[in-house]
Design a protein. Structure first.
Length: 330
């Protein structure tokens, strides 16, 4: 995908292109987004690329007829899992309930196995619990707004959970740690909403190091995601990521279209004065593998929750995009 803004369609154009791609190929929106972005949003080129990658139906049928399935080597089944993280902006009281219903709609459409949430408030939690019946809700912290997690009850099993507050935080922040089994794979999943604003960088780095320590102290596969409010230089200032920890956006190709998660250029929920529109990669997802056992293999990373709620609301669900990681369990 080119980094030039000239190749980026409007939100309405992108949705129509994705819809056309899925109708032609019989795939889903995640596949459509991947091929369209790889082909500069040219529909015909994206469809042709998909056909080449997956073979035409006629060629596939010939190959199936020519090969005896009994002669094929037996392969272990690979399962796909999705993990979402989203700051749902419960601090914004404007259209709060309608936006919370929009969040629930996105979750029910994407059906991630795990949803990690930041800036949850009681009103939004109530709506999520009422409308996302396939999920178990966990809350972390007791402040006016807090972090939380939604676990798909058929795909995940919660073994243990604990919340650790950051006692030096000025904003009542902390980390939620869960030991889970996802599709028979044990793993630790963590979320946090690290200290906000540029002046509180030192406290934010202190919180980040504590979370990364928790990640490294676990023997099983571990994942940490949330609204981390990070600037790239802050990663460098703490000495970089620990050995074995990878950034999902980076390891899946650093796609420009999936980079900025708090993007005032594209997201109009916050009205910015002047021409400057800040864009940051505040929301991040890190993973550390357990090489001894079945593990989560990063496959694809995308943004979700990028559609506006229709009028009269005419706003996005949040001022943050959701981040969505796709993994193979092998």
């Amino acid at each position: 995908m080119s980094d030039s803004d000239e190749n980026v369609p409007t939100q309405e154009e992108a949705e129509q292109l994705c819809k056309s791609f899925t109708e032609v190929t019989g795939t889903d929106s995640a596949c459509a987004l991947m091929f369209l972005q790889q082909n500069d949003w040219q529909l015909e080129a994206a469809v042709n690329c998909f056909i080449v990658a997956n073979q035409s139906p006629g060629t596939k049928k010939k190959l199936e007829n020519r090969n005896d399935p009994s002669d094929a080597p037996k392969k272990q089944p690979v399962k796909r899992t999705k993990i979402m993280s989203w700051n749902i902006d419960g601090l914004d009281q404007n259209n709060l309930l309608r936006r919370a219903r929009g969040v629930a709609k996105v979750i029910n459409q994407e059906m991630p196995d795990i949803v990690l949430l930041q800036e949850v408030v009681p009103q939004s939690q109530k709506i999520l619990e009422e409308t996302c019946s396939d999920y178990q809700f966990l809350a972390g912290g007791k402040s006016d707004y807090y972090i939380g997690a939604m676990l798909h009850m058929k795909e995940t099993q919660l073994m243990n959970s604990q919340y650790h507050p950051f006692y030096s935080s000025r904003q009542s922040r902390g980390v939620l740690i869960m030991d889970l089994v996802i599709n028979n794979t044990p793993c630790r999943v963590m979320t946090s909403h690290l200290e906000s604003t540029k002046p509180l960088s030192e406290e934010r780095k202190k919180q980040l190091k504590r979370c990364l320590d928790e990640l490294m102290n676990c023997q099983s596969t571990s994942l940490f995601a949330g609204d981390l409010n990070l600037r790239d230089k802050e990663i460098e200032e703490i000495g970089g990521l620990p050995p074995g920890v990878v950034d999902m956006w980076e390891v899946t190709g650093k796609r420009e279209m999936a980079k900025f998660t708090w993007d005032c250029k594209l997201n109009s929920n916050l009205e910015m004065e002047g021409r400057f529109c800040p864009r940051f990669r505040f929301d991040r997802m890190y993973i550390k593998q357990d090489r001894r056992r079945a593990k989560l293999r990063p496959v694809y990373f995308e943004l979700s929750g990028i559609e506006k709620i229709p009028p009269p609301v005419n706003r996005y669900c949040s001022d943050h995009w959701a981040i969505l990681g796709h993994f193979d369990i092998s």
